[in-house]
Design a protein around this ligand. Structure first.
Ligand code: ANZ
Length: 968
């Protein structure tokens, strides 16, 4: 899936960034080695290799061999041999198809379906944002496998879309070639990170075997009237020669290329998602999704209750005509306050009633409005514009003739495309009426208002006033807004002036693209009148014809119209000539249902086998970016519900739980300012910073002072720290390949999980990765032993067959409980802290018993699978640990066993210490002598006697005659 570039986040020097910086400082210090192994790689920074961010690259094999050489060159600098271990285990998993989920799983076992939003294989390869979500899902998949679940953990490619086509236009390379190459690269990169995907289930939306079923779903929609053609205003980009989706238009220009976009009516394929609006809304309640996404979906669907009311158009003499303008209003209670009307520039009756005098003005205005997107038109802060149509309509409540205006703040696509304007009680109408001198009539009392506020706009509800008419007999004075609205609706229904109406903001889905690189729409156009018929299901897949020229035709005709022999065909039922549809489907199509195909990717008879679908059921955990909160998740819910209605799937909703991972921002960058003389100016003191020259300050010249970052050489100069979204132009992109090369995949996985809470945005920090890398190296040396004089490690481990002590068992089971709980609650970072605590404790032991180390290796394996596999095999196991039982915490070892022990000096209680139950006399004495309060009594004293009653008391008797320095 693609992420749109206008979701750029910029974090200013706010507490968020500062707190993150602080955390990293904390993180690196807390990971200092206890007995540091002097090694050149500590302090090493990895280089940002930009070569991989500039379009399409060398062949994968050439690149691989370069990487191998580089890897060898820095081999000697490593603290543990991850460069040997990682490829070895990746090969093992591949050869043994370790993570293959067989077709015939034992369905008596529980299942776990964990899915990543599959990527668009862009030319830039993976960025470090991808592995964040992928590592999380991989940890969950590995945990559940070890807990005895059947796990479905697949990966595929959302590979249709604009970039490959743009590249084809620029270079003549077929989009298929580019796509396959990019996929190959993505696959290699993902495999290098050790993700436990079942590669036998890999799918690509661009493969005919796959899009056959995308087309099949389209036909089911078509047969049920849910796919139809309509003349709709679309975003037409003359320079690109194509129609763009709303999300491809930013501030009136195309997102790609920045070309102007205008609104133009065109015949388009639409999907009737609105028919499912109610269900899409109601069923949200049962989903374990972040409340914020559910709210975004609710707002997008935008259900509102109100009325449609008819205003009859008056002719030049003020007489009623037989034509009405119907408005949609959520405030029928304000009907008497409607002092004018507004129709959208695209309103279908506009040309019928516009007066001869105003025609030219209105035409000019229509043209002006066509250049704006809906978003721009409805922006509240934008100044309202409009033109009087020269015509009047009758307010049905009181018979007043009110002017009809055309203005672009009313959208053609919402409600009826016309409104009754109530300037006393609607902010936008108020602004408009004030600008154009239109009367304002207050009809709802604002009880809280002072007399000064009386003439202010009041959008709230209240008691109705100025609202009765002898002529029509309607009287709503003194009613509350709610009662008045009901009465107006009831009156309108009785008198034929309108009806109750529920409206949705949700629009039908514009489903056609004037593009080549997409799924062909399997429809035959029969004649000029727009009559169509479906391509027979037995003819699917309807494959994309080969083309050499991908450039848009410029007329709005899609590039596929150039494939003349493909386009011209016959209608099999009548034998008459017919033309194939030349628009293709949007990129959203293939991603609407891919999660179903993973359950049964090779089925040629159905898109998914019924039994398999029943077993795998909903996706249990679906992880991806928050930018897909609305469109992708809404579209796939819609398709899923259609498939449910026609009996293809057994569940109403596709994704049980959705999690959005946070964005990874580039490393914090520090900025200072210099005046004309070249002197630094403190960032927070000076107000007019923009008059000074900005200077980027390298991290090593920066230090923290209180809440601020300052120049090391002059701490009075404050700097501004900022983390930006990674982008090529900023040069702050981190390439996962570089990190893998320098620190290994396990370190990258661990670091991405350790950066902070999974759902939060985080800043990249190189010293953070060095910290987790050291933790892995410590783990390795704890179990394997110290390196030999030539730097290599002995085979085998230092693990013994000794019985574990109580203390060791306690550390282990505390770690098991913590890691399990934290993974299951997707708090991956604190799971790592649990393992770090364990390793710290284990370094104090005299031995490393098998009964402790083996379970620990299993705990480590979801996070750092390569190292864990290697340790497991060195511990003497023949097979992968992927299906070993995940350790279970024994509650007996989890009880809190510390007690508070009173300490007496010469028989007087001077303080207390916290000790483990069963603590030895020596240990208790050491703790007492290190205690802040007690040390002053003990420091420098000679001890005559110690009286220790375990669990009860420690009494130290001092020898007053013989003074010695003892405690530190
Ligand atoms: C009169 C009125 C008086 C309104 C008042 C509001 C406040 P929601 O809640 O979003 O559904 N409206 C209707 N169609 C519109 C269109 N095509 N373009 C722009 N605005 C439109 O909003 C419904 C309200 O938005 C409607 O109620 C209408 O203004 C306006 F004190 O009617 B109201």
């Amino acid at each position: 899936m693609t992420m749109s570039s206008h979701q750029i986040l910029q974090f200013r020097a706010d507490p968020f960034v500062l707190s993150h910086c602080c955390r990293h400082v904390h993180l690196t210090t807390s990971l200092t080695l206890q007995s540091p192994l002097k090694h050149p790689s500590f302090g090493l920074r990895f280089r940002h290799r930009r070569t991989f961010h500039g379009g399409v690259r060398n062949s994968v094999t050439e690149e691989q061999s370069n990487r191998k050489e580089e890897a060898l060159a820095i081999e000697s600098k490593r603290v543990y041999p991850f460069h040997e271990i990682e490829p070895k285990w990746q090969r093992y998993w591949e050869e043994n198809r370790t993570f293959r989920t067989p077709d015939d799983v034992d369905t008596s076992k529980p299942k776990f379906y964990v899915l990543d939003m599959f990527p668009y294989p862009s030319g830039a390869g993976l960025h470090v944002g991808h592995p964040l979500g992928y590592t999380a899902t991989d940890i969950l998949a590995r945990l559940r496998r070890m807990q005895g679940y059947n796990v479905l953990h697949p990966m595929g490619w959302d590979a249709f879309g604009l970039p490959a086509e743009q590249y084809a236009i620029e270079t003549g390379t077929h989009p298929k070639t580019t796509t396959l190459k990019n996929i190959d690269r993505f696959r290699v990169q993902l495999k290098s990170l050790g993700f436990s995907y079942d590669w036998d289930r890999e799918i690509s939306t661009t493969e005919p075997d796959y899009y056959k079923w995308t087309q099949w779903i389209f036909l089911q929609l078509y047969k049920r009237g849910l796919a139809y053609q309509a003349e709709v205003p679309v975003n037409w980009c003359p320079a690109l020669g194509t129609v763009l989706a709303n999300e491809e238009v930013v501030d009136g220009v195309s997102e790609r290329g920045g070309h102007p976009v205008i609104r133009k009516p065109m015949r388009q394929w639409m999907l009737k998602i609105t028919a499912y609006a109610d269900r899409l809304l109601e069923d949200l309640d049962e989903l374990e999704w972040p409340e914020s996404i559910k709210e975004m979906q609710r707002n997008w669907i935008g259900r509102s209750e109100g009325a449609e009311l008819n205003f009859s158009i008056l002719d030049g003499e003020g007489r009623e005509t037989d034509k009405n303008i119907t408005v949609y209003t959520t405030r029928p209670d304000t009907l008497f306050g409607a002092t004018y009307m507004v129709v959208a520039p695209e309103h279908h009756l506009l040309s019928y009633f516009v007066s001869a005098e105003q025609k030219q003005q209105v035409e000019k205005y229509k043209d002006f409005a066509s250049r704006k997107s809906d978003l721009e038109r409805t922006e509240l802060q934008k100044e309202k514009t409009g033109v009087f149509t020269g015509c009047y309509a009758k307010n049905p409540a009181n018979g007043d003739a009110i002017p009809i205006w055309v203005a672009d703040y009313v959208l053609a696509s919402y409600g009826t495309g016309a409104i009754m304007a109530v300037p006393a009680h609607d902010t936008r109408d108020n602004e408009f009426a004030l600008k154009y001198n239109i009367p304002i009539k207050w009809v709802v009392t604002n009880e809280a208002a002072s007399s000064d506020d009386a003439k202010q706009v009041y959008p709230g509800v209240g008691i109705i006033e100025n609202s009765s008419s002898l002529e029509t007999g309607l009287d709503i004075n003194q009613l509350s807004s709610k009662e008045a609205a009901l009465k107006v609706i009831e009156w309108a229904e009785r008198t034929g002036n309108g009806k109750k109406k529920v409206n949705f903001k949700l629009r039908d889905w514009l489903f056609a693209r004037q593009r080549y690189w997409g799924e062909p729409i399997p429809i035959l156009n029969l004649d000029e009148s727009g009559e169509t018929t479906a391509v027979s299901e037995s003819e699917l897949p309807l494959t994309l014809p080969e083309l050499n020229d991908f450039t848009p035709t410029g007329t709005g005709e899609p590039p596929l119209s150039k494939a003349v022999s493909w386009v011209n065909t016959v209608n099999p039922t009548t034998g008459k000539p017919a033309k194939r549809e030349t628009s293709t489907m949007p990129q959203w199509a293939g991603s609407c249902w891919y999660y179903l195909r993973f359950m049964d990717p090779k089925n040629t008879e159905a898109l998914v086998d019924k039994e398999k679908e029943k077993y795998w059921n909903q996706v249990d955990v679906y992880v991806g970016g928050a930018e897909h909160a609305v469109l992708h998740l809404l579209y796939s819910r819609f398709w899923h519900k259609v498939l449910y209605d026609i009996g293809v799937v057994s569940t109403k909703e596709p994704f049980k739980c959705v999690i959005n991972q946070g964005i990874i921002l580039g490393e914090v960058q520090y900025t200072a300012w210099k005046d004309q003389e070249g002197n630094y100016v403190s960032a927070y003191i000076e107000e007019r910073l923009n008059e000074y020259q900005q200077v980027a300050i390298p991290e090593e010249n920066v230090m923290k002072s209180g809440d601020y970052f300052v120049l090391k050489e002059d701490p009075s100069i404050r700097l501004i720290p900022r983390a930006y979204k990674m982008s090529k132009s900023r040069g702050n992109v981190v390439n996962p390949d570089d990190v893998v090369l320098e620190y290994g995949a396990d370190s990258l996985r661990l670091y991405e999980m350790f950066m902070g809470p999974f759902r939060d945005s985080k800043t990249w920090n190189t010293s953070g990765i060095e910290g987790v890398h050291r933790f892995l190296a410590r783990t390795w040396r704890l179990i394997i032993g110290l390196p030999q004089s030539d730097g290599s490690f002995k085979d085998g481990t230092v693990v013994t067959d000794d019985e574990p002590t109580l203390e060791q068992l306690r550390s282990l089971h505390k770690c098991i409980a913590k890691v399990t709980e934290e993974i299951e609650s997707t708090r991956f970072n604190t799971g790592i802290s649990g393992m770090m605590e364990f390793i710290n404790a284990a370094y104090k032991w005299n031995n490393q018993p098998r009964g402790i180390i083996e379970p620990f290796v299993l705990l480590l394996s979801p996070y750092a699978p390569h190292m864990a596999e290697e340790l497991w095999s060195r511990l003497g196991h023949q097979n992968s640990l992927a299906y070993q039982s995940f350790p279970k915490a024994n509650p007996d070892y989890l009880k809190d066993t510390t007690i508070v022990l009173p300490v007496q000096i010469n028989g007087k209680t001077r303080g207390t210490i916290e000790v483990e139950e069963g603590c030895s006399e020596d240990d208790a004495f050491i703790l007492a002598s290190q205690d802040k309060k007690l040390e002053k009594y003990l420091d420098g004293q000679s001890i005559k006697k110690r009286i220790y009653v375990p669990g009860k008391i420690l009494n130290v008797i001092l020898d007053r005659t013989n003074v010695k320095v003892t405690t530190k």
